[in-house]
Design a protein around this ligand. Structure first.
Ligand SMILES: NC(=O)c1ccc[n+]([C@@H]2O[C@H](COP(=O)([O-])OP(=O)(O)OC[C@H]3O[C@@H](n4cnc5c(N)ncnc54)[C@H](OP(=O)(O)O)[C@@H]3O)[C@@H](O)[C@H]2O)c1
Length: 374
């Protein structure tokens, strides 16, 4: 072990190498976030499950070769060996510390070409990612940041983010929330060059169309359609003036394959978001602004992961069986797995870059083949 490694990081590595699950979990704050293999694990119970599973599956051993950083943020370079293909392999682990505990842990394999990002590609661009503290949005925010962009994210609750990503807290389902975000963006960055509308989701009750009250319809439309429409109305005019900018709307394959039991209003809102995006792209394209849509299928975010862990209880704790069961209820996914958030982020990172300069007004599906038709 290298000398002077900050104490919480040292304690974590000693516990990890001893496969001491309680020791690993004790190093984290109660609300800590672990990002591993593109999947988020949030809070002590999820981190315990992650540590247990990775110890059982890979029996990893870390040998630290370098580290940098200070009291708040520490980046460790290490060689990880264990029961996995390609072992031993280099790994880089980022720790964000709060006091003597770890509030954020994320790992990446610096040698993997799959994750190679040009750190200068988006240098000088100012990006806003709505709903960017968790799940797909957090992965997009980090992908844009690693390409050199200044990144602001929004969420209702504050959350520590790595790498200088700033959080604006606001409820984007309200007009007041949009006003607040616009004011904060102006103060922090003076405008936006890349706008990623990722915020979305459904809180509708089960029970089909009869269970969808007027209020439920309104709140699903507010979050999944009008948040983007309202923010575009405030931020796109400056892009038009500048003659450049990129807007990415995150929709869903449900725009084309609605699930009637509980997410009909969500699916209809996402369909409207896709149609609106096409019209906006046609209008603003001639003035240098690109608008594109990304439609993910099932994606293994921390929330999806927690659901799989709950379902696994009915499969004797077998996570893979629970996952396969869920994939079947979605109509079957030919690739046999969910997306990883960083895979969706990779697509957004490409579309946001100048490499996609000729791509306008289209909707990219990323779903492992889940949609049965083109
Ligand atoms: N995950 C999937 O399987 C999947 C599949 C297809 C499409 N999508 C789409 O992908 C996008 C991201 O989904 P996700 O699963 O990654 O979401 P998620 O894990 O639930 O994260 C949602 C993010 O949005 C924020 N948020 C939620 N409501 C908000 C509000 N009213 N105002 C401001 N921020 C809010 C959350 O923070 P706070 O809670 O602190 O506000 C969080 O940062 C959504 O548009 C979703 O429809 C997801």
């Amino acid at each position: 072990m290298l000398p002077h490694l900050p104490a919480p990081v040292r304690a974590y590595i000693l516990a990890a190498n001893a496969a001491d699950i309680d020791g690993i979990v004790a190093r984290f704050t109660d609300d800590a976030v672990v990002q591993d293999e593109g999947v988020e694990h949030v809070g002590v119970e999820a981190i315990r499950a992650w540590a247990t599973q990775s110890a059982e599956r890979y029996a990893p051993h870390l040998e630290v070769t370098s580290w940098e950083g200070g009291a708040g943020e520490v980046r460790v370079g290490a060689i990880v060996s264990g029961e996995f293909e390609g072992s031993p392999a280099p790994i880089r682990i980022s720790f964000r510390l709060r006091g003597d505990r770890i509030a954020w842990w994320s790992a990446s394999a610096p040698s993997s070409p799959r994750f190679t990002v040009d750190p200068h590609e988006l240098r000088g661009r100012r990006a806003l990612v709505t709903g960017g503290t968790r799940g797909i949005g957090a992965a997009i925010a980090q992908r844009l940041r690693s390409a050199g962009a200044q990144v602001l994210v929004t969420a209702r609750s504050p959350r520590e983010m790595p790498g200088g990503i700033e959080v604006i807290t606001a409820d984007l389902a309200t007009r007041a929330g949009v006003d607040h975000v616009v004011a904060e963006v102006e103060a922090a960055a003076g405008g936006i060059d890349l706008l990623v509308h990722n915020v979305g989701g459904s809180t509708a009750p089960p029970g089909g169309f009869e269970a969808l009250s007027e209020e439920v319809w309104q709140s699903e439309l507010d979050l999944n359609l009008l948040a983007a429409v309202r923010l575009d109305a405030r931020l796109v005019p400056a892009m038009l003036q500048a003659g450049s900018g990129v807007v990415v709307h995150v929709s869903s394959i449900q725009r084309q394959m609605p699930l009637p039991e509980s997410t009909l209003a969500y699916a209809a809102a996402k369909a409207a978001l896709t149609t609106y995006s096409k019209g906006l792209a046609r209008q603003v394209g001639p003035r240098g602004v690109r608008v594109v849509v990304v439609s993910p299928g099932g994606t293994e975010t921390a929330a999806a992961r927690a659901m799989i862990e709950r379902l696994a209880a009915g499969h004797g704790g077998d996570l893979d069986a629970a996952r396969q069961d869920l994939l079947r209820t979605l109509g079957g996914v030919p690739l046999g797995r969910f997306n990883r958030p960083d895979e969706v982020a990779e697509l957004v990172g490409f579309l946001a870059s100048d490499r996609a300069a000729a791509i306008q007004g289209v909707d990219y599906v990323i779903d492992g083949g889940n949609l049965p038709t083109i």
